[in-house]
Design a protein around this ligand. Sequence first.
Ligand code: 9MR
Length: 379
Amino acid sequence: MSHRPTRRTCLLATAGLVLAATGWRAGVEAQGADASLASVATAAGRYYGTAVRIDRIAVDDQYRQAILRECTHLTPEFEMKWDAIERIRGKPSLAPMDDLVSFARANGMRMRGHTLLWYRSVPDWAAGVLLEHKDWSPIRNYFSTLISRYGDAIEQWDVVNEPIDTGHRTDGLRENIFLRAFGPDYIRRALDDARMLAPRASLMINEYGLDYDIPVERDRRYLFLKLLEGLKSAGAPFDAVGIQGHLDLSKGPFSPKVFGDFLQEIANLGLQIVITELDVKEYDYLAPAEERDRRVADAVRRYLDVAFAQPAVKGLTSWGLSDRYSWLEVTPEDYARYPGAWKAGDGPGVNRGLPLDSSMRRKPMYQAIAAAFKRQPLG
Ligand code: 9MR
């Protein structure tokens, strides 16, 4: 079934949200090659995109313009997850995805399908069905609903999200609901179903906690590679790996050699790589804003210089574009580290870990991403 415009789509269109594809791209090109992350990435043979929420695109003009200017690829931040789509069994709620896909299509943007199987987005009703009846059909139906409706707009599917966990099983598989219901083969099974429904899309496994040279992430990298090797030798149909890239200034060290070798091992398996959720959680919120921005940008520069040295890395998505809508909150634990600080009640403001600040101005992190794309274009 192909996607048909809905009443909501029409409302979006009349509200001017569905912009002509040619209009904004011409505008971007007129500003020169450095005008946007979209143009810089494209000139480097890669792409840049961001995670978005359609409810914000619909109401925030500045945010919408920034997305149109800076990105060629969009990832739904939550609208495509199973618990958002099928809160009630057999009654998919598709309006937000319809609107987001219409927005992407009308503006010539590509989408990442995030995410088919994620243990944290299983609807309540499905848990019982999967576990008690070992019934795979709800999974297949959900895959089929999404892929048949939006498949032509979606270039990459995160078929399985976050399958690795340390400290439990020797194979490193997370003891999630899918594993408990169907055993370790659930990953191959999901890939098989996705391939049948989306024969031309890039099928991916997406994972976090693979970045730093610390014991837990060393284990995670090892177990993740083992999983990829096992799936490859079993002939599972997948094309690429998503490295989420949630950087954290409280973690470290970051070793260019360790991370670079890890990416090379993935590439050696014949897999492409995408950085799928780049952002930076800060640590020292007392430093002046310029210093905080410099630290965030330095972490991104070091990370992307390694990532973009690897030809298998095809693109980058950040988990949000502007600090205005960052999922990275300054937490009560963060505040607790500074007893007595911010007595005036001003506080540290938002976490500054995305390319644009909360006024949609470009930050050093933005410049670091643009420079990293330019420094190492694909040959
Ligand atoms: O940022 C997302 C947040 O808005 C959602 O409430 C949450 C649950 O759907 O998911 C967040 O995104 C996660 C992503 O899907 C997978 N990697 C970690 C992201 C941050 O938690």
